[in-house]
Every structure is written in structure tokens, then in C-alpha cells.
Design a protein around this ligand. Structure first.
Ligand code: ASP
Length: 328
């Protein structure tokens, strides 16, 4: 064998080894547990959606989907973590609207939502609810508007940090009333709700996935839902718009992401398990009971998530910049 033939033979072997390995990887994937990163505290709304999905998807994938809560900076620490994780199909992220508001809220960001991820799919849309501590004197939305305007200096509003939907909803609420309340950030709205139940904070805007049971039990003051129309899970609840905040609307959408460079075959397999979960009647009944809605098929695709994310970045950027809210 000449040296040229030897080099060619080695190159052919190397290429077929890589190719063969790629095929084997795609065929045997997943061969170990997959991590689904949640940017907020365990037990909260994002975590509830993630764990319900993970349990269902694990059955289809034949491997456990492990939920890992990476807390901090309104969800941006988790996004940065996943953006830099190995693109090997074993790390995914579930995040909500915060992925689209972060670029306007954070002047220094170590990841780019539009270039550092592969997109898997959207999942469910969830309304929010405005709650107060049980003994707050205001008993409905018109009373709350009057109360907050008169007591703005002493009222505080809990949220899950800059970039959380509770922050976004609270910001729009303050803008609508022309007040500047003291905000109290938590690592998620599970601890924020506990603080509200304990009377340590006054107000909280949070998803129905966590709040419905407390509203039904009457352990909180409840002022309305953030959708344009009333919702099936709480049919008697007025919208905030009906209560006096004209056109007020916040709906929490969820996207599933992977680090940029994750092989398309793995994205497809994980996405397909997700779509199977979204079509499972047991999953959709559980979500509907909590006020959530499964997104239409067109949004259950990588392109459906990518174009939606871009449109949300375009929508919220100017709103947030005009509010002058940001972190350095
Ligand atoms: N509801 C939270 C938010 O305000 C997040 C969470 O704890 O799931 O973004």
C-alpha cells in the first residue's frame, strides 16, 4: 500500500465510523434519561406543565425525562445554561413568554433566543389570574383599582423576577393604573404564592395552572382572569378587562428548546413524543381542568415556535422599552 492509499483508507474508515455512529445514535436515541430544564421553582406553574409533560413523554420515549429546576434572573439563567449545554439530545428547556421579553429586559445577555437554540414545538397556552392576600380590603376589580391608587406607596406585588410572566403582568397592571408599586421577586411563583397565602405580600399575578385550586378554595382574594374572554375552568370569573382594565390581556405560551446543533433526528423524536403527549386525552383533560389549552397542530412544530417567538420579541420589545424597565 502506498502512503497515499493508506491515507485514503484511513479517511474512508474515519468517515464511515462517524457516519455509522451517527446512524446508531439516531436509532438508539434516547439511550439514557433526558433532562428537561425548568427556569422556575418546583411546584409552580411552569414546573407543573413540565412535570405533566415529562411523565407522559417518558412513556413514549422509553426513557425517563428528568425535570431539573435551574432558578434565577427571571428564567434567563436556565436559558443561558441550556444555550451552552452539549447539543447531544439529552438537554431541553421549557420556557414561556420570558424567552421573548428577556432581550428587552436584560441589557447584558449571554445568549440569543433567535440564534442559540433549536426549536422543538409550542405546547400549551395558559391564562393568568390576578390575586390578592385573603384579607385585602378590596373584594373585586373596581374596588382594587380604587384601593391600589389610594395606597400605592404601601402595596407590594410579588413576582418571579425580571422576565417572568408574573413580572410582565404586574408591569402592565401598574402601567394601566399609573402607579409604581414595590415589587418582591421570588425564584418562581410557587414561593410567591406561599408568601401571598401567608399574608407577607399583597398582590400576585399568576397562571391558572397553580391558582385555580386556591381561587376555588377561597384562600385568596381573586380579581379576574387576564384573557379577553372568560375561561371554562373558572366560568364565573370576570376578565380584568370587564373589571375596568380595558383590553388587558396576557396569555402564557410555552416553547420547548434544545441547544443549537442538536441533531434534527433527535429534535424530531423528542418533538414527536411531545405531540403524542399533547394528543393524550388524560393530558389534555388535566390541562383543561387547570385552565390551560393545547396549542393547535400548526404551533406544535419547530417552525411554529420559531416564528411565534420572533413575533413576540417584536411585540414586547417596544412595550418594555417604553416602560423603561431593565436590568444592567
Ligand atoms: N409563574 C411564574 C412566572 O411568573 C413562573 C413559575 O414559577 O412557573 O413566570
Amino acid at each position: 500500500m502506498t502512503s497515499h492509499q493508506r491515507i485514503t483508507a484511513i479517511a474512508v474508515l474515519a468517515v464511515s465510523a462517524i457516519w455509522g455512529c451517527g446512524v446508531a445514535t439516531a436509532q438508539t436515541y434516547p439511550s439514557k434519561p433526558i433532562t428537561l430544564v425548568v427556569p422556575f421553582a418546583a411546584g409552580g406553574p411552569t414546573d407543573i406543565v413540565a412535570r405533566t409533560l415529562a411523565a407522559n413523554m417518558g412513556k413514549t420515549l422509553g426513557q425517563t425525562v428528568v425535570v431539573e429546576n435551574k432558578l434565577g434572573a427571571g428564567g434567563t439563567l436556565a436559558s443561558a445554561y441550556v444555550a451552552k449545554a452539549a447539543p447531544d439530545g439529552y438537554t431541553f428547556l421549557i420556557h414561556h413568554n420570558g424567552m421573548s421579553t428577556a432581550p428587552a429586559l436584560y441589557r447584558k445577555m449571554s445568549f440569543n433566543p433567535m440564534t442559540d437554540f433549536e426549536y422543538v414545538s409550542q405546547a400549551v397556552d395558559v391564562p393568568m389570574t390576578l390575586l390578592g392576600r385573603k384579607d385585602l380590603p378590596a373584594k373585586n376589580m373596581p374596588e382594587l383599582i380604587t384601593y391600589v391608587k389610594a395606597n400605592a406607596k404601601k402595596i407590594n406585588l410579588a413576582n418571579a423576577g425580571l422576565g417572568a410572566v408574573s413580572h410582565l403582568c404586574g408591569m402592565l397592571f401598574q402601567q394601566a393604573l399609573g402607579v409604581d408599586l414595590t415589587t418582591v421577586p421570588f425564584s418562581g411563583t410557587a414561593p410567591a404564592l406561599n408568601a401571598l397565602l401567608g399574608g407577607q405580600v399583597d398582590l400576585l399575578c399568576d397562571q391558572t395552572t397553580q391558582t385555580t385550586q386556591h381561587i376555588k378554595a377561597g384562600t385568596v382574594s381573586f380579581y379576574g382572569v387576564t384573557t379577553k374572554q372568560r375561561i371554562r375552568a373558572l366560568p364565573d370569573a370576570p376578565t380584568l378587562s370587564e373589571g375596568g382594565l380595558k383590553d388587558f390581556e396576557v396569555i402564557v405560551w410555552h416553547g420547548i428548546y434544545a441547544p443549537k446543533g442538536t441533531p434534527a433526528a433527535m429534535i424530531e423524536k423528542f418533538g414527536s413524543a411531545l405531540r403524542t403527549a399533547l394528543k393524550d386525552p388524560a393530558f389534555s383533560t388535566r390541562m383543561t381542568d387547570l385552565g390551560a389549552e393545547i396549542v393547535p397542530d400548526a404551533k406544535q412544530t419547530p417552525e411554529g415556535l420559531r416564528t411565534w417567538l420572533q413575533s413576540e420579541i417584536n411585540k414586547w420589545g417596544p412595550v418594555i422599552r417604553s416602560a423603561g424597565v431593565y436590568a444592567d
